[in-house]
Ligand binder design. Structure first.
Ligand code: ADP
Ligand code: MG
Length: 452
């Protein structure tokens, strides 16, 4: 395997572990420039990236590379000098440019106007009994936006294709109606847009921009929960669009009636159009999805391998996809098709990682340590600023990592009320969208929780 292939395989793994925004930021324009005596040298575009990779991602990078080749013992990052490649040029680099162009993040792009990612289409969306109604509704909307189902509200659990389907609808509308202004926006982005419009007193122009849209796609609308001011602004935008027969497409992880703290009038708007869910894919559909994902990457999987994976991953299409990516990496590395044993090992490892799942006390201990506090201080009712924040972070992690119930979390912290736990969770959840430093802190804490 060439260094380029090695790096591609490692990137495939890293991509599964970090957000795509971070992945692109830190790993774009990186490459392995040499691999000798267990030492891998990775070139990076600038000193900023170098520092980040060394400080934040080194462990992850090492683990990815080491899992691909146990001989790898050391990683060094160097800043890419234009002539470095020439100096190091050897037979490894024959296909260098070719391979680089095939790297995943260069294949897809997000349109700046619409925010749509061209990787999501109807042609690569597998339809089965679990999603056929949602698919049919979305397809109908893409042919007659604003005329058939308005709003179109699609709900379902994580990793089951909501974002894919609503983006595919947007992409299809752009294709069919070149004059229509389509806009995809995550609810988190919308919320922070409202917040900054208020702060800068630009609410009118903010709303005006939205009113000019022909097709508005709002993803993960459950995040409007409890945000009254944003709901109010959205309500007005919704009405303005709706009255002009503009299409509104919404996704959520649950139906409108179970989104907490959603104003009644917005709830009834959401329920006024087409409400459809995506449930879990059945066995045959999971096989079809695996085949398609493998086929996209020119990997042929034997029936027993497909069946084994489909039997063991039932609830999340993203995980099916991740498994295929790892099998592709294996195929590139070993130059042979992965068999059932390889698949078994892979899933066993994945299960181990999951089950290595942490415990509440480990999280509390790690957070206390991270912020240089005593555990018992973290658990007290103190309102001191230097304690309040870490305590919120701890509560947030108990929920996000272990899915602890809010009453349980409240009890852990000296019998606090469950509403405090909910408040803390939502506060941190929101803050990490806007505050990169906090997001970063939480990432490091998580790494310690799982690695320590
Ligand atoms: P959600 O938004 O529901 O959390 P996503 O739309 O992000 O889920 O889907 C997760 C991953 O699974 C994406 O990479 C998506 O392309 C893929 N996926 C989901 N549903 C399908 C499907 N029916 N056919 C093909 N790929 C799918
Ligand atoms: Mg989604």
């Amino acid at each position: 395997m060439s260094p380029t292939e090695l790096w591609q395989a490692a990137l495939a793994q890293l991509q599964l572990n970090i957000s795509s925004a971070n992945f692109i930021t830190w790993f774009k324009n990186t490459e392995i420039i040499s691999f000798e005596n267990g030492k891998v040298v990775i070139s990076v575009p600038n000193s900023f990236v170098k520092e980040w990779l060394e400080q934040k991602y080194n462990k992850m990078v090492f683990r990815a590379l080491h899992s691909l080749d146990e001989k790898i013992k050391e990683i060094k990052y160097v800043i890419n000098k234009p002539n470095l490649k020439v100096i190091n040029k050897n037979n490894y680099y024959d296909n260098y440019n070719d391979n680089l162009n095939r790297l995943k993040f260069t294949e897809f792009f997000v349109n700046k106007e619409t925010n749509l990612n061209n990787r999501y289409g109807f042609d690569n969306f597998v339809v089965g009994p679990f999603n056929e109604l949602a698919h049919a509704a979305a397809l109908a909307v893409s042919k007659n936006p604003g005329e058939v189902y308005n709003p179109l509200f699609i709900y379902g659990g994580v990793g089951l294709g909501k974002t894919h389907l609503i983006q595919a609808t947007g992409n299809e509308i752009v294709k069919n109606f070149s004059d229509k202004k389509v806009k995809y926006v995550s609810t988190e982005k919308f919320v922070s847009g409202v917040i900054s419009a208020i702060k800068n007193q630009e609410m009118e122009s903010f709303k005006e921009r939205y009113r000019r849209i022909d097709v508005l796609i709002l993803d993960d609308v459950q995040f409007l929960a409890g945000k009254e001011k944003t709901q109010e602004e959205f309500f007005h935008i919704f009405n303005a669009l709706y009255e002009k027969n503009k299409q509104i497409i919404i996704s959520s992880d649950r139906p409108p009636k179970t989104i907490p703290a959603l104003t009644e009038r917005l709830r009834s708007r959401f329920e006024g159009g087409m409400l459809t869910d995506i449930s879990f894919p059945d066995f045959e559909t999971r096989i079809a999805i695996l085949k398609m994902k493998a086929g996209e990457q020119q990997l042929i999987l034997q029936d027993d391998v497909l069946e084994y994976i489909a039997k063991n991953i039932q609830q999340n299409i993203r995980e099916l996809e991740g498994t295929v990516n790892q099998l592709v990496a294996y195929q590139k590395l070993q130059n042979k098709n992965p068999d059932i044993d390889v698949a078994k090992n892979l899933l066993k490892k994945a299960a181990l990682i999951k089950n290595r799942a942490t415990t509440p006390s480990k999280i509390i201990q790690t957070v206390a340590h991270f912020y240089d506090l005593k555990e018992k201080d973290l658990l007290t009712l103190s309102r001191r600023k230097e304690i309040v924040k870490p305590r919120q972070v701890a509560m947030y992690l108990l929920r996000s990592e272990l899915n602890c119930s809010f009453p349980f979390i409240g009890r852990k912290f000296n019998g606090k009320d469950h509403t405090t736990a909910i408040y803390s969770f939502e506060k941190i959840h929101k803050e990490i969208q806007e505050n990169e430093r906090l997001a970063d802190e939480i990432l490091s804490i998580k790494q310690r929780v799982y690695e320590g």
